[in-house]
Design a protein around this ligand. Structure first.
Ligand code: C2E
Ligand code: CA
Ligand code: CA
Ligand code: CA
Length: 279
């Protein structure tokens, strides 16, 4: 069974993806995977601090490979971009998230069902991207106010038309988040031209390699200027209660990470966050 928590899946050996012929096989399998329905989404809560109630949820893509087991997106997304199937895969993800969004909207207006969807650099650079999004919105009847598109700084910086595409997404009623913030060598002036509603602070500053004194300085400065810009900030990769407390103490109101909840199947998310009995 696909299970209810990320830790119950069997991950494939990352060392396996290094060989070139292996990468070619992965590419071939990726085309089959789309046809054979081997993809599914898991959902990780984005919570309010300090209480930990779900304020939203990020959809994360999983590939259940018939022989390799679960292949991580960091491995297959770059391959999908390279072989040109990211458009098709991305459209599947967005449609699936829209259907989930419509299902969760039935839990009522207060349900924490704003869904964030990741969009890769290649997808954003595709001139047909916004039209695809608009078509899927119409087809699924999803409430755009309950959807958020996550793009990385690098994706925005690498495509000339990226900012224009983001403005068009905003016109459709979608919100935009800048993902992995702090890792992409962008300057703060990006926030003046880029229509950003949410900034997601990269996990390396919270619990990763750059955490500690340097991370603490970065994290504190980011909350300072996002507040001034009127942008919401989400701290990613929160793994401990101490990290959550520290983030809250310097002004963070939103966080995401294993400490609060791992990516989980849709049913598990419903059980934990949506099926709360009314008082
Ligand atoms: P991301 O968008 O930055 O997503 C957050 C990643 O951090 C997820 O990894 C999540 O499982 C992981 N994570 C969450 N909390 C913690 C924590 O407390 N500690 C640590 N160490 N990690 C945490 P995941 O699901 O393996 O996804 C990796 C990346 O793959 C994503 O990074 C995103 O860039 C990409 N990705 C995932 N789904 C999609 C998708 O549908 N489309 C596209 N284009 N990219 C996707
Ligand atoms: Ca993301
Ligand atoms: Ca991120
Ligand atoms: Ca990332």
């Amino acid at each position: 069974a696909k299970g209810t928590g990320g830790n119950r899946w069997q991950w494939f050996d990352p060392a396996m993806d290094l060989a070139a012929d292996d990468s070619a096989r992965l590419a071939a399998d990726l085309r089959t995977a789309l046809r054979d329905d081997q993809f599914f989404l898991v959902f990780q809560p984005i919570v309010s601090l300090p209480g930990g109630e779900a304020a939203g949820v990020e959809a994360l893509l999983r590939w259940q490979h018939p022989a390799r087991g679960l292949v991580p997106p960091d491995v297959f997304i770059p391959v999908a971009e390279r072989i040109g199937v990211i458009g098709e895969l991305g459209a599947w993800v967005f449609a699936q998230a829209c259907r989930q969004n419509a299902a969760w909207a039935r839990y009522g207006a207060t349900a924490p069902t704003r869904i964030s969807v990741n969009v890769s650099a290649r997808q954003l650079a595709d001139p047909g991207f916004v039209d695809t999004v608009a078509a899927i919105l119409q087809e699924t009847g999803a409430d755009t106010r309950r959807l958020l598109i996550e793009v990385t700084e690098t994706a925005v910086l690498n495509a000339d038309t990226a900012i224009e595409q983001l403005h068009r997404l905003k016109t459709l009623g979608l919100r935009v988040a800048l993902d992995d913030f702090g890792t992409g060598h962008s300057s703060l002036s990006l926030l003046l031209t880029c229509p950003v509603d949410v900034l997601k602070v990269d996990k390396s500053f919270v619990s990763g390699d750059t955490a500690g004194r340097a991370g603490a300085i970065i994290v504190k400065n980011i909350i300072g200027f996002t507040t001034d810009f009127g942008i919401a900030a989400v701290a990613e990769g929160v793994e401990t209660a101490e990290q959550a407390e520290h983030l809250h103490s310097v002004g963070y109101r939103l966080a995401q990470g294993y400490h609060f909840g791992r990516p989980m199947a849709a049913e598990a998310f419903e059980d934990r966050y949506l099926n709360t009995p009314a008082l």
